[in-house]
Design a protein around this ligand. Structure first.
Ligand SMILES: [Zn+2]
Length: 546
């Protein structure tokens, strides 16, 4: 059982049909593998998911009953970055009947090798020409709608995103591994990685992830495989921090200027930040695109192997940490805040970052120039490491957000439910004090965003305490639920990546307009709405399944 990459001496990457055939063979040959479909792409392709467990499980309920931690490995969200697809197939094979099988005593592994399945097969040697193979071409980044799937996690516009979030809701993987290939600077690592970067996530979980888990993985990668790894970043100038949007990296000023190492973005529209806001662990893996294709697959497979080894060895610790993060959100009534503006933050001390060397080589098929890493030419250069973000402005999270039941606001409840957030509805009228947000300034960033021309929206303004009456049917979104932090991020009026940002509130946005999302701040009032209380508030049907 071999992948197309293996069969072609790493000149080619697997097509959709190759992936299905490989998984089908794995399913038939091993009782520990169960292959199913977790959704459909825009063009109607089934998205395959291999569920690998010992003893086998066939459903999320069985997985939960096993008491093991579930880990999801997915590849190909950007269909030109194909190493993760090949590596995850190899990992599935090794789990089913090879050296990794003993790990299944402690973990259940879900493998979704080909997430952006439609675009995988748009293979051409003119895509990602600078990448060091596969020399017979790769697919394209966006999905069939032209959406970057890795910017779609808050607005859920693509059917693929809907499918993956449903998978999160049903299987509840405690750790997700999202496999990519870099686009950026000429560094000296075989692979770089990131943990969730949005500081509004659960602090204990974020710290464990970054400070304990990742250093252990870094050591294991060096010790067991000789692979150099570190936190993802790009070279930039210090001046770029002031000039550039925090979401654009800036140019590498070159070796003769002072350089910084700078990570990416805290926005939860991106998978790993999104999963972080759900109180779960998520690792972004970026194999280095100038390492040759075969070595990139090796590095990615080694990284996934070490992640699975760590997860198996620490499975009860990971389960406890995630449960505690959920409980902190569900239970505690003390005031919480959420960031609405962020800035890059440097680590305490400069870090020796490995600067790499590259040379031009010719692709023998296309005759185009590719850029190849000189694998062992690396120079450590100490520089400030802007690997973190801090909130430069934050607002208190509401105890509950109240949204009037109006036809054009129904989409708000639908989106929240699609994320798996519990949305309740008032059964009787309620009059209470709330904070209402009056819009002052509206900033629209026009451009070609996410496959179509649109304007993202950012508002500023002021809050006013008001006594207001709410009709039966008003949507009530409590933040005392495991996904409460995500709910707040989607609903906060000034959120930098909320439903307002993505145009779902456009008809309510304009200077001096009051935003129809009201913040109930007092837990006491909410208590009155609570059961004993079933008379006043009713749970909506079908939550999480829209
Ligand atoms: Zn990518």
């Amino acid at each position: 059982m071999k992948t197309r990459a293996e069969l072609s001496n790493y000149e080619e990457t697997s097509r959709y049909a190759d992936v299905l055939a490989f998984l089908d063979q794995l399913d038939k040959s091993s009782p520990l593998v169960h292959v199913e479909t977790f959704g459909r792409t825009f063009e109607g392709r089934n998205l395959p998911l291999a569920v690998i467990a010992d003893p086998p499980v066939a459903s999320p309920e069985e997985a939960r009953r096993s008491g093991k931690a579930t880990v999801l490995v997915f590849g190909n969200i950007h269909a030109g970055e194909v190493d993760g697809k090949e590596a995850s197939l190899e990992i599935a094979r090794r789990l089913a009947g090879g050296d990794l099988r003993p790990l299944l005593k402690k973990v259940i592994v879900l493998v979704a090798p080909i997430y952006n399945a439609d675009s995988n097969d748009h293979i051409s040697v003119t895509n990602r020409t600078d990448q060091n193979g596969p020399i017979r071409g790769v697919g394209v980044r966006g999905n069939a709608q032209g959406l970057d799937l890795n910017r779609d996690f808050m607005k859920i516009e693509a059917p693929e995103t809907m499918a993956l979030i449903r998978l999160f809701n049903e299987w509840d993987p405690l750790l997700t591994v999202d496999l990519h290939t870099t686009d950026g600077s000429f560094h000296g690592y075989h692979l770089t990685y990131s943990t969730p970067l949005n500081p509004s996530g659960d602090e204990t979980l974020l710290d464990y992830h970054r400070e304990k888990m990742m250093p252990a993985l870094t050591r294991a990668m060096q010790r067991d495989h000789g692979f150099r790894t570190y936190f993802y970043g790009n070279f930039a100038s210090e001046a770029s921090l002031a000039r550039q949007s925090i979401f654009a990296g800036g140019r590498d000023p070159g070796p003769n200027q002072p350089r910084i190492w700078r990570t990416f973005s805290p926005q939860p529209r991106i998978a790993f930040n999104y999963v972080g806001l759900r109180n779960r662990l998520c690792i972004l893996s970026e194999s280095y695109s100038h390492l040759d294709f075969r070595r990139r697959i090796e590095a990615t497979a080694a990284f996934v192997e070490q992640i699975l080894r760590y997860s198996a060895a620490h499975s009860s610790e990971i389960r406890r940490l995630c449960r505690q993060a959920d409980a902190r959100m569900s239970g505690n009534r003390r005031e919480r805040r959420i960031g609405v503006e962020y800035a890059p933050q440097a680590l305490d001390k400069p870090v020796p970052i490995l600067v790499g060397k590259v040379v031009g080589i010719t692709n023998p098929i296309s005759r185009a120039e590719m850029t190849a890493m000189v694998e062992n030419a690396v120079t450590p250069v100490p520089m400030p490491d802007y690997g973190l973000f801090k909130a430069t402005r934050s607002v208190p999270i509401a105890t509950a957000y109240l949204v009037p039941r109006q036809e054009e606001l129904r989409v708000i409840a639908e989106k929240l439910r699609a994320h798996g957030i519990t949305v309740e509805e008032l059964a009787k009228p309620v009059t209470t004090k709330v904070e209402a947000f009056t819009i002052g300034k509206v900033s629209r960033a026009a451009g070609r965003l996410q496959g179509r021309d649109r304007e993202s929206v950012q508002v500023s303004g002021g809050y006013e305490q008001k006594e207001m009456s709410f009709e039966p049917g008003t949507y009530v979104v409590r933040t005392s639920q495991p996904l409460g932090r995500l709910a707040a991020y989607l609903l906060e009026p000034e959120s930098d990546d909320g439903l307002g940002t993505w145009n779902f509130l456009d008809s309510h946005i304009g200077p001096q307009k009051v935003l129809p999302i009201y913040k109930l701040m007092s837990p006491r009032v909410l208590k009155d709405l609570r059961p004993g209380s079933r008379t006043k508030i009713e749970k909506a049907q079908g939550q999480g399944n829209d």
